[in-house]
Design a protein around this ligand. Structure first.
Ligand code: AMP
Length: 319
């Protein structure tokens, strides 16, 4: 019995199942969460399945998130956490409230948790893991499952651009497309359509980004600036990958002020040194080439820039 069969066995056992993902939901987290919810719901219509967490208005086409109410006895329920390596970033559920916890993730481990902890940090996405879970358990997918999981994979790989897009990814996606007949080109608009204001804002970023001598590019995006451009604090995060192939840039950081949450969000990417360890020193984390952090102040943001500049200095000496 492989790990996916073991997970399926536990799912069969529980009548109430809560599926959680990380805060700041992105397409992969949502694709994995709603894809799994759909599958369980269809196979076991009598089970109660909740997909929890704060809704992400930008990605509402994935589905509506559920609220946990008092009628749910979590002590007799199963919690499945997808796409989340750390306890503090689980959105809408607490592992200690549940009888049984399963973690399914593709990030390097930060916190070890879960009665079953399944982590494949070489998988391109959590959605790929859910797709594998389905095929390993001979579960037939519907078009809707296919759409959710396809969009999750597309989101995290940026259309098969990033590392960890593998032969396995293409094999699984090919099978998904054949089995479910997903009209995939028509799905892209869900992820990529955006207002002109955001395109202009991206123009601002490109024109004003600072690049250090060591190849760290960064930009500070204040609340005032974002208001002027008519974009929200999450806008920059959706553009961060677009600087992947720029001659002068090895590490790049977007710092966006989020007044509502009283923090500065850092999106960090690299095509050189691993960046997740430095991010974790600032309370963040992520993948080796794609990380993030939530910072308390612009002073801390400056410290983060300095830390990455040091990292780049060392990297340049060795390369
Ligand atoms: P983002 O720049 O938001 O797309 O995030 C890139 C990667 O960093 C994702 O894998 C996230 O899970 C991770 N990440 C982002 N923000 C944080 C954070 N505050 N703490 C830990 N990991 C984060």
């Amino acid at each position: 019995m492989n790990i996916y069969n073991q997970i399926f066995k536990v799912i069969k056992k529980y009548n109430t199942i809560v599926i959680a993902r990380h805060i700041g939901a992105d397409p992969d987290a949502l694709g994995a969460q709603f894809g799994l919810k759909n599958i369980i719901h269809r196979l076991f219509p009598d089970k109660k399945v909740y997909a929890v967490g704060n809704p992400a208005s930008r990605f509402k086409f994935f589905g509506n998130n559920d609220k946990l109410d008092n009628s749910i006895d979590t002590k007799k329920s199963l919690l499945i956490v997808v796409d989340t390596p750390d306890l503090k970033r689980i959105d809408g559920a607490s592992t200690s409230d549940f009888e049984y916890v399963i973690k399914i993730d593709h990030h390097p481990i930060i916190d070890k948790f879960g009665n079953i902890e399944y982590v494949d940090d070489e998988a391109c996405s959590a959605s790929q893991l859910i797709l594998e879970f389905a095929y390993e358990n001979k579960i037939e997918l519907t078009k809707e499952d296919g759409e959710l999981l396809f969009l999750g994979i597309i989101g995290d790989t940026d259309r098969f651009l990033h590392d960890y897009t593998s032969v396995k990814t293409f094999e699984l996606v090919t099978r998904l497309l054949k089995d479910t007949n997903v009209d995939f080109t028509s799905l892209y608009k869900n992820l990529y359509h955006r207002p002109l204001a955001e395109v202009k804002f991206e123009g601002y970023i490109y024109s004003n980004i600072t690049i250090t001598e060591n190849g760290v590019a960064y930009i500070k995006l204040t609340d005032k600036l974002m208001k002027e451009y008519g974009v929200d604090s999450a806008a920059a995060g959706n553009m961060i990958n677009d600087l992947k192939f720029v001659d002068e840039i090895t590490i790049w950081i977007f710092l966006s002020e989020d007044v509502k949450s009283n923090l500065i969000r850092a999106n960090i990417r690299s095509v050189g040194p691993y960046i997740n360890e430095t991010a974790s020193k600032f309370g963040g984390g992520g993948h080796i080439y794609a990380s993030g952090a939530r910072l308390k102040s612009w002073e801390e943001a400056d410290d983060l820039i300095k830390a990455y500049d040091e990292l780049m200095k060392d990297y340049k000496k060795l390369n």
